[in-house]
Design a protein around this ligand. Structure first.
Ligand code: IPM
Ligand code: MG
Length: 356
């Protein structure tokens, strides 16, 4: 009998719809090939949810995702909602969603594909072979700390972490490092911030439980510089919410296209898989968005939530082959393209490779 998984799907806004459709196409190919059955169910979040219900995160979405085995997510946001009051912005829905799902660990790989080595703005010798995993704490820190607020002449947020919050994300990073190159660099601002000193002390304490893993610490400003100067020195980068937000965007650019990189958010409840890029309103509906980040997110979902390693490998191999064969969406057209293809053609090509 085939295995059955309930997958909640949040396409969201902008290109979210187009790219998630391609990931679903690829997952349907996986069904036939690996005797797996996915039950997909759509939910609203972000701008589309505001338009339909007046709420960026309807209760139905929360309960539906909580009752599913994993969630595949596209992107949210767009200029249409940018002027809304904060609680009626798509981003508020996303932050509350992360909190509701308890996804404290956000894994953002930054991998450089050999085929696209020229797509990066950095020199090939600097980035060849880069394979970094940014582990970002996602439901704490300055994004959520109290007090926060704004008056006419003052605005404030609070960067706060408890030992417990630091411990649990640190364990995630160390467990991942054990499966990788066994090196962690923890990023903080302990020369200035008390919260960072607590972060550093706590990471050091947890590190004693993983003697095989080599731990180093770096201040965030230096890390931003080192990522560009010598990215190969990093294996796992462990960091808090806002530093991880910034550094993961920077790390993504090592690979040349933000359209290639997936992410996983895991923690206490249902895990969420999404591309690291946004909803790209400027190219919505043109059929030129790169679906690879979302297709690779589906692969992460198979690997981390459903334990379908072979199916995940099949997707990863197919993505590499499509790139190797010279298929490129428009964002990468100038890098050794043999054929420039649309969003849906890229989904077709990857599906076809899986089927062969
Ligand atoms: C990200 C995004 C979000 C964040 C925004 C959209 C709230 O930049 O996922 O990195 O800041 O976490
Ligand atoms: Mg970000």
């Amino acid at each position: 009998m085939s295995k059955n998984y309930n997958i909640s799907v949040i396409k969201g806004d902008g290109i979210g719809v187009e790219i998630v459709d391609e990931a679903i196409k690829v997952l349907k190919t996986i069904e036939d090939k690996f005797d797996i059955k996915f039950n997909f169910k759509d939910y609203l979040m972000g701008g589309c949810a505001i338009d339909a219900t007046g709420n960026p995160l309807p209760d139905e979405t929360i309960s539906g995702v909580l009752n599913s085995d994993a969630c595949l997510f596209g992107a949210i946001g767009g200029p249409k909602w940018d002027k809304n009051p904060r609680e009626l912005r798509p981003e508020s829905g996303l932050l509350r969603f992360r909190k509701e799902m308890g996804v404290f660990a956000n894994l953002r790989p930054a991998v450089v594909y050999d085929e696209l080595i020229d797509a990066s703005s950095l020199k090939p010798e600097i980035i060849k072979g880069v394979d970094i995993m940014v582990v970002r704490e996602l439901i704490g820190g300055i994004y959520f700390g109290e007090p926060k607020g704004k008056t006419q002449d003052k605005g404030w947020n609070t960067m706060v972490y408890t030992v417990e919050e630091i411990e649990r994300i640190t364990h995630v990073a160390f467990k991942l490092a054990m499966k990788r190159d066994k090196r962690i660099c923890s990023i903080d601002k302990a020369n200035v911030l008390d919260v960072s000193q607590l972060w550093r002390d706590t990471v050091e304490k947890i590190a004693t439980q993983y003697p095989e893993v080599e731990l180093s610490h770096m201040y965030v400003d230096n890390a931003a510089m080192q990522l560009i100067a010598n990215p190969k020195q990093f294996d796992v980068m462990l960091t808090g919410n806002i530093f991880g937000d910034i550094l993961s965007d920077e790390a993504s650019m090592l690979s040349g296209s933000i359209g290639l990189l997936p992410s996983a958010s895991t923690g206490l409840k249902t895990a969420v898989y999404e591309p690291i890029h946004g909803s790209a309103p400027d190219i919505t509906g043109l059929g030129i968005a790169n679906p690879i980040a979302t297709i690779s997110s589906a692969s992460m979902m198979l690997r981390y939530s459903l334990n379908e390693e072979k199916a995940a490998d099949a997707i990863d191999t197919a993505v590499k082959k499509a790139l190797k064969d010279g298929y490129r969406t428009k964002d990468l057209a100038q890098f050794d393209a043999k054929e420039v293809v649309s969003t849906s053609q890229m989904g077709d090509i990857i599906s076809k490779i899986i089927n062969n």
